[in-house]
Every structure is written in structure tokens, then in C-alpha cells.
Design a protein around this ligand. Structure first.
Ligand code: NI
Length: 265
């Protein structure tokens, strides 16, 4: 595992850009040469012991992260936690896991087969969280998973990587609010996720979020390559708690809609 937090995120960012070319262009469009602060990144996994949320979390705990929040997504059958670093300019880390046992025997069989291919020793290697899928999956398996859970299919195809990076809009120079960022993105021709509205959340819940729809990229399957949705870019504006400190948590109702940014339609 890494012991340098910046090295870990540099690797995650480079891996993310390989399948998310729009993120590089949006980064340039919004930054105007200034640094961009990331609000958070998100990773996805399955709740099977060898690769579960805690296995991914260990890579972030090793560079100073601590657990700060827990979330349940009943409809999507997901459990999530978020982690924070003592340096508030380091991105928060949001990790979710699919509750495999709540799905059909067919889905459970496929996911169990994939995870059985993983040698436990690779899950503690420094590159585990940015090395993609540690298993081989076929296009047929992908389609079977997709029919039941978009999340399961995405995670089987793309494995371990940042599913998205998120611009911290409060710390973005030249933009008053999330609405202004969205306007710039739309004028430049980017498609935003409109599930639950372009902006998820509100000042009342202390967090507003928007995101692009995922890029399309070539994924390698055991029986050939296929173009499928890859990763997306997110934008978050946060508000202060009554004590004057910025709210650092997540809003489950909003995150539920953000998950749909990798939908095929
Ligand atoms: Ni997010």
C-alpha cells in the first residue's frame, strides 16, 4: 500500500483520465490554469470478503484517512461509507459495496466466480485501487449483470478505479455557484445527468451536486473488446453547518441519482 497520499491520488487521476477523456478537457475549461481542489472521489466494489469496502478502505486508511459516515441505498442494494483526511484539501473518499446476497442466484454466481479469480495478495498491493478489474469477465456475463444491476455490470467490467472525481466548486476560482459551473459545461456541449434534476440536493441539506454522463470507452472482456460507459466528472457545492464549519458528509438521496451517471441511456 502507498504511504504517500498525493502519490496515491496521482495514480488514481491518471488511471481515471485513460477512460474519461472529457474529464481532462473539463478540468482545463474550469481551471484556467489554476489548481482545482477535489471534493471527493468514489470507488465501487462487491461485499464479498476478499474485495469488500473495508479492503478498499484499507488503502486510504494507510495514507491517513478515517471513517466519517455510513449510508444505505435500499433500492440499489448498496452500502457505503465515506472517509476523510486530516488535511481538508485532500479529497474525501466515498466507497460503496453491492450487497450481492440480495440479488438473483445468477448474479451471485457470476460475482462469486469473478472474485474467486482474485489472489488475495493482490488486494494489498499498492496499485490495487487503481489497477482495474483483477478478474476476467465475458460480454455475456456483463450483459446478464446489466439486466439486473447497472452497478454490478460496471464494477465487473471496470473494477478498481475512481468511478468519478469531483470538483469542489466552493474552491473553484471564477465561479459563484454550481449553477454557473453547469452553465459553462452545457455551453461547451457536455451532457449532464438529469436524473432527479440537473442539481441534486439543496442548501437545506448543505450539499448540491451535479455530474456529467459517463464517457464511453473500450473495455476488455475475455471474449473481446466492447464500448461501454466508463467514468464521469462530478461537481459539488457545500454549505456551512450552524457552527460555521463546512458540511463534509453526503446526502443519500442525491448520491442515489449520481450513481445513474454510468447508465447506458
Ligand atoms: Ni460523488
Amino acid at each position: 500500500m502507498h504511504n504517500n497520499v498525493n502519490e496515491l491520488f496521482d495514480n488514481l487521476w491518471q488511471q481515471y483520465l485513460q477512460v474519461t477523456p472529457s474529464a481532462q478537457k473539463i478540468h482545463q475549461l474550469l481551471s484556467q490554469g489554476e489548481a482545482i481542489v477535489n471534493d471527493h472521489i468514489a470507488l465501487r466494489t462487491f461485499n464479498l470478503a476478499k474485495v469488500n469496502l473495508e479492503v478498499l478502505a484499507a488503502h486510504f486508511k494507510a495514507v491517513g484517512y478515517e471513517e466519517k459516515g455510513q449510508y444505505d441505498f435500499a433500492a440499489k442494494k448498496l452500502t457505503a461509507k465515506h472517509f476523510e483526511h486530516s488535511d481538508p484539501d485532500q479529497p474525501k473518499v466515498f466507497i460503496s459495496e453491492l450487497r450481492v446476497e440480495e440479488f438473483s442466484p445468477a448474479l451471485q454466481t457470476i460475482i462469486t466466480e469473478l472474485v474467486e479469480q482474485v489472489d488475495a495478495s493482490v488486494t494489498t498491493a499498492a496499485n490495487f485501487v487503481y489497477n482495474g478489474a483483477p478478474w476476467q469477465v465475458s460480454q455475456q456475463q456483463y450483459q446478464t449483470l446489466l439486466a439486473e444491476s447497472e452497478y454490478a455490470a460496471w464494477t465487473a467490467a471496470w473494477g478498481y478505479r475512481a468511478n468519478h472525481f469531483t470538483v469542489h466548486v466552493n474552491k473553484l476560482k471564477g465561479y459563484q455557484d454550481l449553477e454557473a459551473v453547469n452553465d459553462t459545461l452545457k455551453q461547451a456541449g457536455y451532457r449532464l445527468n438529469t436524473s432527479g434534476g440537473e442539481i441534486k440536493g439543496s442548501e437545506e441539506v448543505l450539499l448540491k451536486q451535479s455530474s456529467t454522463m459517463a464517457d464511453t470507452a473500450v473495455a476488455s472482456f475475455s471474449d473481446g473488446d466492447l464500448d461501454i460507459p466508463s467514468c464521469f466528472y462530478e461537481f459539488a457545492q457545500r454549505y456551512n453547518l450552524p457552527n460555521g464549519q463546512e458540511y463534509t458528509g453526503f446526502v443519500a438521496a442525491s448520491a442515489d441519482k449520481i450513481f445513474e451517471s454510468t447508465n447506458t441511456k
